[in-house]
Write a protein that binds this ligand. Structure first.
Ligand code: IPE
Ligand code: IPE
Ligand code: MG
Length: 240
C-alpha cells in the first residue's frame, strides 16, 4: 500500500504511538476487553510493516505502562500472553522484513519466558539498520528519567566525575532511547488528550496528533492522515 501523504514533504523520521482504545473498541462490540487487545496487536503488526514500507525509520509504541499493572489480574495476564505470542511471531516477521526490535521499559518485572523472548528478538534483529521498532513494555517515562538520574549519580560517585558536567545530550543517552533521535510525531488514538507518562523528556519538540479513532480501527489511511497533518506544521523550536 502506497503512502498518500506527499513524499516530497519532510517525512517524520521517528513516529511514536500511544496504542489506546482497545478496551472501548471491544466494549462497543459487546466483546471482552481482552478481544480488544488481540485486535490491537494485529493493528500494531500492520502499522509496523507500513512504517517500514513508507520509510519511517523509527517506530516507538506504548504497549504496557508502569501504571497498567493496576488493571484486573485477568486482563494483565491476557496482555502478557498476547505479548508472548506476538514476540514469537515478531522474531519470524523481523527476519523476513529486516526490522530491528528493541525494548524500552523495565523488563525484569516480566516472566522469565517473556524476558528470554524479548532478549532473543532483540539479538536476532540487531543486524538490521534500516528500520527499528521500539516496544515499550512496563515503561513509564518518570521511571525512565529516574533510572537515568540514578545511573548518572552512581557513575559520578564511582569515577569522581563532576556531576555538573552533565548536558542535555549526555542525559538523553542514559535513557532507554539513548542512541535514537527524539520522536518527530507522537500519535494518540482513542480520544484521550493526554500523554500518560510516555516519552516526557523526548517529546520536548514532538508534534502531537490526537484522533478519536480507537487503536484497533487505526489503519494505514489514518497514519497517512497523521503524517499529512505533521507535514502541514511549522516546527519553530523556539525560533521565528
Ligand atoms: C490500550 O488500550 C492498551 C493498554 C493500555 C494495555 P486500553 O486497554 O487502555 O483501552 P481503553 O482506553 O480502555 O479503551
Ligand atoms: C496509555 O494508555 C498506556 C498504553 C497505551 C500502553 P492508558 O489507557 O493506560 O492511559 P490512561 O489511563 O487513559 O491515561
Ligand atoms: Mg486506555
Amino acid at each position: 500500500m502506497a503512502l498518500h501523504a506527499k513524499q516530497d514533504n519532510p517525512m517524520p523520521q521517528h513516529i511514536a504511538i500511544i496504542m489506546d482504545g482497545n478496551g472501548r473498541w471491544a466494549k462497543k462490540r459487546l466483546l471482552p476487553r481482552t478481544a480488544g487487545h488481540a485486535a490491537g496487536a494485529e493493528t500494531f503488526r500492520k502499522i509496523a510493516l507500513y512504517c517500514r514500507e513508507i520509510g519511517v525509520k523509527y517506530l516507538t509504541v506504548y504497549a504496557f505502562s508502569t501504571e497498567n499493572w493496576k488493571r484486573p489480574q485477568e486482563e494483565v495476564s491476557k496482555i502478557m500472553s498476547l505479548m508472548k505470542d506476538y514476540l514469537l511471531e515478531a522474531i519470524r516477521d523481523m527476519q523476513k522484513n529486516h526490522v530491528r526490535i528493541n525494548f524500552f521499559g523495565d523488563l525484569s518485572a516480566l516472566s522469565p519466558e517473556l524476558q528470554a523472548l524479548a532478549a532473543e528478538a532483540g539479538k536476532e534483529s540487531e543486524i538490521y539498520a534500516d528500520s527499528q521498532v521500539n516496544m515499550c513494555i512496563n515503561y513509564g517515562s518518570r521511571d525512565e528519567i529516574l533510572r537515568a538520574a540514578r545511573k548518572w549519580a552512581s557513575h559520578c560517585a564511582q569515577t569522581g566525575e563532576d556531576p555538573d558536567s552533565l548536558t542535555a545530550d549526555s542525559f538523553s543517552r542514559l535513557l532507554y532511547s539513548g542512541d535514537i533521535p527524539d520522536p518527530d510525531l507522537i500519535i494518540r488514538p482513542g480520544g484521550e488528550l493526554r500523554i500518560s507518562n510516555f516519552l516526557l523528556w523526548q517529546a520536548a519538540y514532538a508534534e502531537l496528533y490526537f484522533t478519536d479513532v480507537l487503536w484497533p480501527d487505526f489503519d494505514e489511511r489514518e497514519l497517512d492522515k497523521a503524517i499529512e497533518a505533521f507535514q502541514a506544521r511549522n516546527r519553530r523550536y523556539g525560533g521565528i
